[in-house]
Design a binder for this molecule. Structure first.
Ligand SMILES: NC(=O)c1ccc[n+]([C@@H]2O[C@H](COP(=O)([O-])OP(=O)(O)OC[C@H]3O[C@@H](n4cnc5c(N)ncnc54)[C@H](O)[C@@H]3O)[C@@H](O)[C@H]2O)c1
Length: 330
């Protein structure tokens, strides 16, 4: 099967590519080729199958990014939360028109006996509102509190309609905040959620812009990748018209994360400074802190591990590479 990863040079795109290279197959079907598409060409990992890396803009998606015969498209390319809030035009262009371009690319594909390509879309917890008190049920309405969340919710609707029309076969995963993100702080308003764990593990100071009792809905990169691969391989007949999935993440407070950090690396949380930031709090404060996700486990999405295991997984998977990256690029 041919697979395309849009946003293949990003955090999750690289991790999916690495898993496909390691597994050589998706859902029991061997991978024959992989296309990585991003603004800057992703480094092509050595693989037993052909890997092509293309650079370009999602909103002007070239036809060869999703070539005839494509079975699965991971649509991860996006302008993330704070960046989409700061630059309305850019967010709309990439998150809305970019998703339209994915629909058009799938529409243009010659019809295949294997059916339309599976499109796995990364929607977000930010497509919901409700804030700290909310516990989001599987059939809750999406009432986003910022432009990024609105663009994600709108993209979900467009992909569900394109699925109904048979242009593609979408699964939209509303990902929790993925922690611990390797590398350095990014333009996501939730960047601090990873930073308060990652920076102390690197021996660096970090800032907590919200109170210790502030709760967030999180998942590990390992679970996010498992879920995305499951979404790519699952039988979508069970979804019917409802293509949006709330995966089984973890609701944790900033204080609980710091306590778990100290269990894994004693006293590491002493490197975290409490400094309230109203701008960050205004964005993340609108996101719901917990979900009652019952549909996704029933659909085969794996349940989440605990916080200590999540932190240890970062140490095992990403700490050395993050240290090297940060040393190379001060
Ligand atoms: N990481 C999280 O905590 C999280 C949580 C919820 C949802 N998501 C969603 O998951 C997806 C992947 O997240 P990530 O953390 O890997 O983000 P990321 O920023 O690391 O990766 C996104 C990639 O999209 C690319 N991109 C941006 N604009 C583009 C354009 N115009 N054309 C082509 N490529 C473009 C970027 O260059 C980047 O490599 C995103 O859609 C994000 O909104 C992430």
């Amino acid at each position: 099967m041919h697979i395309t990863i849009l946003g293949g040079n990003g955090f999750l795109g690289r991790k999916i590519a690495a898993r496909l290279v390691a597994d050589g197959a998706l859902g029991g079907t061997p991978v024959s080729s992989l296309t990585l598409f991003d603004l800057a060409a992703a480094p092509a990992p050595p693989a037993s199958f052909l890997v092509r890396s293309l650079a370009g803009d999602l909103a002007e998606l070239p036809a060869d990014a999703i070539p005839p015969g494509t079975s699965v498209v991971f649509h991860l390319a996006a302008v993330v939360s704070s960046a989409a809030e700061a630059d309305y035009e850019l967010g709309r262009r990439v998150n809305l028109r970019g998703t339209d371009a994915v629909v058009d690319a799938c529409r243009r594909l010659p019809r295949s006996d294997a059916g339309p390509p599976r499109v796995v879309f990364t929607s977000s917890v930010a497509s919901f509102g409700g804030g700290q008190g909310a516990v989001v049920t599987d059939d809750a309405r999406q009432m986003p509190g910022n432009s990024y969340g609105a663009q994600k919710a709108a993209a979900e609707l467009i992909l569900a309609d394109a699925s109904r029309r048979g242009f593609l076969d979408a699964v939209s995963l509303r990902l929790p905040t993925v922690v611990i993100r390797p590398g350095r702080p990014n333009a996501a308003a939730s960047s601090f959620v990873s930073a308060i764990l990652r920076e102390p593990l690197l021996g660096l100071r970090a800032t907590l812009p919200v109170p210790d009792g502030f709760a967030v809905w999180v998942c590990s990169p390992r679970r996010a990748v498992d879920w995305l691969l499951h979404a790519a391989a699952m039988d979508t007949a069970a979804l019917g018209a409802d293509r949006g999935i709330n995966p089984p993440g973890l609701s944790v407070t900033a204080g609980a994360m710091l306590a778990a950090l100290d269990k894994v690396r004693p006293d590491a949380s002493a490197l975290v400074d409490r400094r309230p930031d109203p701008a960050v709090a205004a964005i993340v404060g609108a996101w719901p802190a917990a979900f009652a996700a019952t549909r996704s486990p029933a659909l085969g999405f794996t349940r989440h591990e605990g916080l200590a295991e999540l932190i240890q997984a970062f140490i095992d998977d990403d700490l050395d590479a993050t240290r090297q990256d940060r040393a190379a690029l001060p």
